[in-house]
Design a protein around this ligand. Structure first.
Ligand code: ZN
Length: 510
């Protein structure tokens, strides 16, 4: 594997030197292949650095809004390659925004690097063996995202400097994607106001460009009821039962289900359900997720839910309030941008998996009882990704900046995320190879947008049309503040033990 990688590297490097030499006196438009060869070579040369970024963030294993070590680490790396880095924007201490270059167009890579509760796992072990029992960990591979983004950004910078290309490249790593929290706040704070194109980056088991509506809209809200306590046997008639209101809200929504669009989803957890049976509870709370294929549809159902809450309060003589914790638009991917990404996927191709890696994947799949298909060896043709019913808060970005998605092959097909199994491979050579290929694709796509103004204009026109048909509106109330204490308790509990696993490696791009 290693020898293989190095042989590719030296071949690409000599090609780049040759092309670079030939191209030095020529504008980039005349030498697009040379520009990309230079970018690919920069990525190849730094394959170990890209892998180290991913691995370091894996061992930080930080939950949403608590990505302090991860943010500090990527800031240092990005500053070392000459980027200007702002940590803490939009009122969130772990929000990362980095940029290099000046002026238009600005191409932004949008991603995240948070982990999941209970995701701690010993990399490479296909038996459940947490590194820190009960601790959080990267069971969706978000740790690979900053490695890919920084690798691509470094390569793009090399090419921009060599060919004097105008414009700028930015990286946005938003906190707490797993709780679909931060992007509406970033949009509200104007984080993307100068961006012309956004490429939304996510790990997968395939190489694919996404367009159309790619996720579901989601609104997360807690409804709290307040009543009056009384003795359940002696004077229940003096009580006002807040948990009765919670139950009636649940039943009320069940009656509504028949009359909703077939695309809707709604699920709930009762987060305060009483004290003990002989006390009439004065406090009850129910937490709802309402989703649909579009935000206007989700909002319509949510508005009905708020009326049901009013009804439940009325029936029980209680009072209530609700708080929207998160609201995410579905991702709007534009075909014109996806085509550019796809062309770069086709140019770079799938990672060359070794027989060892394929064998590991098959063994892993067999052990987990999923289809034994090994690793994907072919990229996904354009237009073959449907709309998923899950949600990602980066959707909001795609309604203010022309965007499309890039999914890269760095995990084992059939091993589902949000499960400790998915934490087995995010530091493996499978992940590392996928990251390197993804960095090349990303760099190639960013360079296309930087050097071909007609592509940016075309995307803008498609965006204008799509957002005239459906207009973005903020679902978060204007006074909503990001929940900075989210996951703090959990991180505080596990961090001391997790610290022992930190890699403490230095990344030096060259
Ligand atoms: Zn994710």
């Amino acid at each position: 594997m290693r020898a293989h990688r190095h042989s590719i590297l030296s071949a690409t490097r000599s090609a780049a030197i040759l092309f670079g030499f030939l191209a030095a006196a020529t504008p980039v438009a005349a030498e697009p292949d040379a520009a990309k060869a230079l970018a690919y070579a920069a990525v190849e040369r730094n394959a170990d650095e890209i892998a180290t970024i991913g691995d370091s963030v894996y061992y930080f294993g930080e939950l949403g809004m608590q990505e302090f070590e991860s943010a500090k680490f990527v800031k240092q790396v990005m500053e070392s390659i000459g980027f200007t880095v702002e940590v803490g924007g939009a009122g969130m201490p772990t929000n990362v925004w980095a940029h290099w270059g000046a002026g238009k167009p600005q191409i932004v890579i949008v991603s995240e690097m948070d982990a999941l509760p209970g995701g701690s796992q010993t990399p490479g072990s296909i038996e459940h063996k947490p590194l820190v029992p009960g601790g959080p960990g990267h069971m969706e591979g978000h740790n690979t995202h900053p490695g890919v983004a920084i690798g691509a950004a470094y390569a793009v910078k090399q090419v921009m400097e060599r060919y004097n290309i105008a414009g700028s490249v930015a990286i946005s790593l938003g906190p707490a994607e797993e709780q679909i929290i931060s992007r509406p706040y970033l949009v509200r704070a104007g984080q993307f106001k100068d961006s012309d194109i956004a490429i939304v980056l996510h790990i997968g088991d395939n190489f694919a460009a996404g367009y159309g509506l790619m996720n579901y809209a989601a609104i997360s809200a807690k409804f709290t009821f307040h009543g009056k306590t009384a003795h359940g046997a002696v004077n229940p008639w003096d009580g006002k039962d807040a948990v009765d209101a919670v139950e009636l809200m649940d039943i009320g929504f069940d009656k509504l289900r028949e009359h909703l669009r077939p695309t809707y989803r709604a699920h709930r957890a009762i987060t305060a359900g009483g004290i003990q049976p002989n006390i009439i509870p004065d406090y009850g709370q129910i937490w709802w997720f309402v989703r649909d294929a579009s935000m206007p549809a989700a909002k319509e159902t949510f508005d009905k839910l708020t009326r049901i809450a009013e009804g439940a309060a009325l029936m029980t003589g209680t009072t209530h309030e609700y708080q929207i914790d998160a609201a995410a638009w579905p991702q709007l991917g534009l075909k014109s941008i996806a085509e550019v990404i796809q062309a770069n996927i086709d140019a770079v191709g799938m990672p060359q998996w070794s027989e060892e890696e394929q064998e590991f994947a098959r063994k892993f799949q067999a052990a987990m009882g999923v289809r034994v298909v090994g690793l994907n060896t072919r990229q996904t043709p354009l237009g073959q990704r449907g709309q998923s019913a899950s949600s990602n808060d980066n959707g909001d970005v795609t309604w203010v900046v022309p965007s499309a998605g890039l999914s890269f092959p760095a995990s084992v097909p059939g091993i589902s995320y949000h499960n400790w199994q998915a934490a087995v491979t995010p530091t493996s050579t499978i992940a590392h190879k996928g990251m390197v290929s993804a960095s090349k694709v990303l760099a190639g796509a960013v360079l296309d947008f930087l050097t071909k103004p007609e592509l940016v204009r075309q995307a803008r026109a498609e965006f204008e049309k799509a957002t005239t048909e459906m207009k973005y509106f903020a679902v978060l109330p204007p006074d909503a503040k990001p929940p900075l204490d989210l996951n703090k308790e959990t991180m505080d509990r596990y961090r001391p033990e997790m610290t022992r696993h930190y890699l403490n490696k230095t990344v030096r791009f060259n």
